[in-house]
Design a protein around this ligand. Structure first.
Ligand code: LFR
Length: 471
């Protein structure tokens, strides 16, 4: 069987990438074709996506992918959740805001005054996060004038194909999708003053979004379809988490650590609501029952601040090695403290959180990094304990997927603090999940292949690294 090829566009927090994915019998491999910055840009009115620059990189990257692999069959796009652009006629009204802008927080009061949080949870199943799309929208003056709301991956697809649709896994992060019927909750939208005619038709992963517009096809050098994948990056990542059984839990670990289980039915209890467990939709209608833990963001922002202080780049692998050798008896702080979510002077903010808990932050950088990593691992372990209690499941192993799986100190600390084996990898889970869903839609596995079959290929081609708990 000759390998089949697909293009994945993955716009993540540390960078945006275009990759070629090759899939065949016993084959699942990625080739990175383009990598470009995708950090928030600060404008006079707040933090935004640098959307036009990104689109240029995406189109150039796709052109390069087609040059390298002319047999590419389709394109799939994923990014982080919740963010959106507004179209007026066909034009984008301003750059999309970045969720780390504090605008969402202003929308919270507006929304909760109209619909109490307990009712929201019963309707949409989402944990409270101040940047959920419905809060952002409630504080968005541009929405009144707009014709269509498109989540960022769908906005990219619209630029490429002209189609206006919303992919359902990402729609589930807006707060406007019903947790039971998985359709737009029009009544809820109208109650909080969001015009429901802003919301495009929903489509599912595997469905075709459209073909490239002629002008785009000419620039890319091929006339390809764009196929919906789990356009929420975490949904794509969980596709490629080789979960062996209902006792296998996962952490999709990059900027965030998304800690949870895959379920078939929601657990909309008050305990789940109080514990901040969310019901995001996965591919094939699975439920991603998980809690957002602040992940490597704490580390990358800390390093960014130190680099600014030193005026020189820092050797992170070397620092992590020293942190692994440092005394493990460091204070542990609450990684989810809300003061740590915006960009800024992270070492000082973490220091303040540690002091507020009555401890003293280490002054040595290696010890400081050790404290950050141990604190993230502790938050992971706590979330697994809660997930097990809320669902009645026994968790036997943890799949740690995404960029964090390369951080050996974090993998070991997570195993130690949870008392469970950690199976690390694949590191590129999101792009792999994106490619796998396109490949299935193209008939590589048979159209009704289950996620378990796709995960079987992941397990065979990217065997995880095992970390046994040491205490
Ligand atoms: C991870 C992620 C999380 C979401 C956060 C904000 O990249 O998509 O799942 O909660 O970013 O969108």
């Amino acid at each position: 069987q000759t390998p089949r090829a697909f293009a994945a566009v993955d716009l993540g927090a540390t960078s945006g990438r275009v990759m070629i994915g090759r899939v065949g019998e016993g084959l699942l491999a990625l080739e990175q074709v383009a990598r470009f910055p995708n950090g928030p840009v600060r404008r006079p009115d707040g933090l935004h996506w640098d959307f036009e620059a990104l689109m240029a990189h995406v189109v150039e990257g796709l052109a390069e992918a087609v040059r390298r692999e002319p047999s590419i069959e389709s394109i799939g796009i994923d990014t982080w959740a919740v963010d959106y652009g507004l179209l007026h006629d066909d034009a984008l009204q301003g750059e999309p805001f970045h969720y780390r802008d504090d605008r969402g927080a202003r929308g919270v009061g507006i929304v909760h005054a109209l619909v109490p949080f307990a009712e929201l949870y019963a309707r949409n199943g989402l944990q409270f996060l101040p940047f959920t799309t419905l809060y952002q929208l409630a504080a968005d003056d541009r929405a009144a004038e707009a014709g269509t709301l498109l989540l960022v991956p769908d906005l990219v697809a619209h630029r490429l194909t002209g189609a206006r649709v919303t992919e359902r896994t990402n729609a589930s992060t807006t707060g406007l999708l019903g947790v039971h019927d998985r359709e737009w909750d029009v009544a809820l939208a109208e109650r909080i003053g969001i015009r429901s005619d802003l919301l495009p038709p929903l489509i599912d992963p595997g469905q075709r979004i459209g073909r490239l517009l002629p002008a785009v096809a000419a620039r890319i050098g091929a006339d390809l379809p764009v196929v919906a994948v789990g356009s929420h990056d975490t949904a794509s990542a969980v596709v490629a988490a080789p979960l062996a059984s209902p006792s296998s839990a996962y952490i999709s670990c990059g900027t965030w650590g998304l800690v949870g289980l895959e379920l078939d039915a929601p657990v909309l209890t008050q305990a789940a609501r109080d514990a901040g467990f969310t019901h995001e939709l996965g591919v094939d209608g699975r439920i991603r029952f998980l809690h957002n833990v602040t992940g490597l963001w704490l580390l990358t922002e800390t390093v960014r601040a130190w680099e600014a202080e030193d005026g020189a780049p820092l050797d992170l692998p070397e620092l992590l090695m020293r942190a692994a050798a440092a005394d493990p008896r460091v204070p542990v702080f609450d990684a989810n403290d809300p003061s740590l979510s915006a960009p800024g002077d992270m070492p000082a903010r973490i220091g303040a959180v540690v002091r507020a808990s009555g401890a003293e932050p280490p002054t040595d950088r290696a010890a400081f990094v050790r404290m950050v990593v141990e604190s993230i691992a502790q938050a992971f372990a706590d979330a697994f304990g809660t997930a097990a209690e809320l669902t009645g499941r026994t968790i036997e192993e943890i799949h740690l997927i995404g960029g964090g799986s390369l951080n050996r100190l974090l993998c070991q600390a997570t195993a130690d603090r949870s008392g469970l084996p950690v199976l690390a990898g694949p590191v590129e889970a999101t792009a792999l999940g994106n490619v796998l869903v396109q490949a299935r839609a193209a008939g590589v596995f048979g159209a009704d292949a289950s996620l378990e079959e796709l995960r079987g290929l992941v397990l065979r081609t990217q065997p995880p690294v095992r970390y046994a708990p040491r205490r």
